[in-house]
Design a binder for this molecule. Structure first.
Ligand SMILES: [Zn+2]
Length: 310
């Protein structure tokens, strides 16, 4: 169940259509409309694997862009020089474009066929989004004001992680609907601007789920373990490659139970919740990267993120 982008300016007849976007509802048969809409709603309620939130063409969000019909082969699409995930939507294809938090608001272009073919593009509009500010106190000052030797390590780790996010392996023509990797509640949402010990730092690039130390962390969908390691900020971490540039990240683990190259199935154990790296308490930092852009993991969950009861 795809939700068509509403701000598409393709110069074609691609328009937002409620429910399926496949245009099967005939306006000339009004008596059938309520029944068909009901069927649509019932399908949406049962098809967990396909039920997705509305397209979120904002920094940190995902744009779902219907692609012009081609052959049975999935068309290739590129954004900002990177190949993007293309998923099937019935008989159609949809580009699933990750938008990083620093994406410029306004008109953007998806390139079709080749990353640089200016004659073959689809324009879409990225809307603005303001994320709240969050202030946190980190007792370990070095995790906020790293020493010179730490900066060297951080630089090397950043380059290493960017290489992982740039991976491409052909994957299934479907976007997985993720299960929650731990049975926790949200302790910090994606995108918050961060102030540590009074100093502005990078915005929150993932979703934090609080859970007791030792809670098992499970793969939210099938994938290949792209890498594991111990990182300055992220602590013990696991990267999962789900194919087509969709990579997920699990941080601050007390224990890692997989190794690089291993194939995992949805629900398999990845490790245990901990607070290694920069953390104020035991939690899972869960990151999702699409075409090299960190996006809000909540957008790909098959159920809403559990909130703490007040
Ligand atoms: Zn986090």
């Amino acid at each position: 169940m795809w939700n068509s982008i509403t701000s598409l300016e393709a110069g074609t007849d691609l328009k937002s259509v409620p429910c399926t976007g496949r245009g099967q509802i005939s306006q000339s048969v009004p008596g059938l409309l309520p029944l068909l809409l009901l069927l649509c709603l019932l399908t949406a309620a049962t098809a967990h694997a396909r039920e997705l939130p509305a397209t979120a063409p904002v920094p940190g969000g995902i744009a779902f862009i219907p692609l012009p019909a081609t052959s049975a082969e999935p068309p290739r699409a590129y954004y900002a020089g990177r190949r993007v995930l293309v998923a099937r939507d019935g008989a159609d294809w949809v580009a699933v474009v990750g938008l990083s938090l620093d994406t410029t608001v306004g008109k953007q272009w998806l390139y079709l066929g080749r990353p640089d073919d200016r004659a073959n593009t689809l324009a879409f509009t990225v809307q603005g989004k303001e994320y709240p500010t969050q202030s946190l106190t980190i007792p370990d000052r070095r995790k906020v004001e790293p020493l010179a030797e730490d900066l060297k390590r951080i630089q090397a780790e950043t380059a290493h992680m960017n290489a992982i996010y740039a991976r491409w392996q052909d994957g299934p023509p479907d976007l997985p609907a993720f299960d929650l990797p731990v049975p926790g509640v949200q302790s910090s949402p994606f995108g918050f601007k961060r102030i540590f010990n009074g100093l502005p730092r990078k915005p929150h690039s993932g979703l934090d789920l609080a859970a007791p130390a030792g809670t098992p962390v499970h793969a939210p969908a099938d994938g290949i373990v792209a890498d594991t390691g111990d990182y300055f900020f992220n602590g013990n971490s696991v990267f999962l490659d789900h194919g087509q540039g969709l990579i997920t990240l699990y941080c601050h683990l007390s224990e890692i139970d997989v190794r690089a190259g291993q194939a995992v199935k949805r629900g398999d154990l990845l490790g245990k919740v901990g607070q290694t790296g920069r953390a104020t308490g035991p939690h899972l930092h869960w990151g999702v990267s699409l075409n090299g852009a960190r996006v809000d993991p909540a957008l790909l969950l098959n159920l809403p993120v559990p909130q703490a009861s007040k």
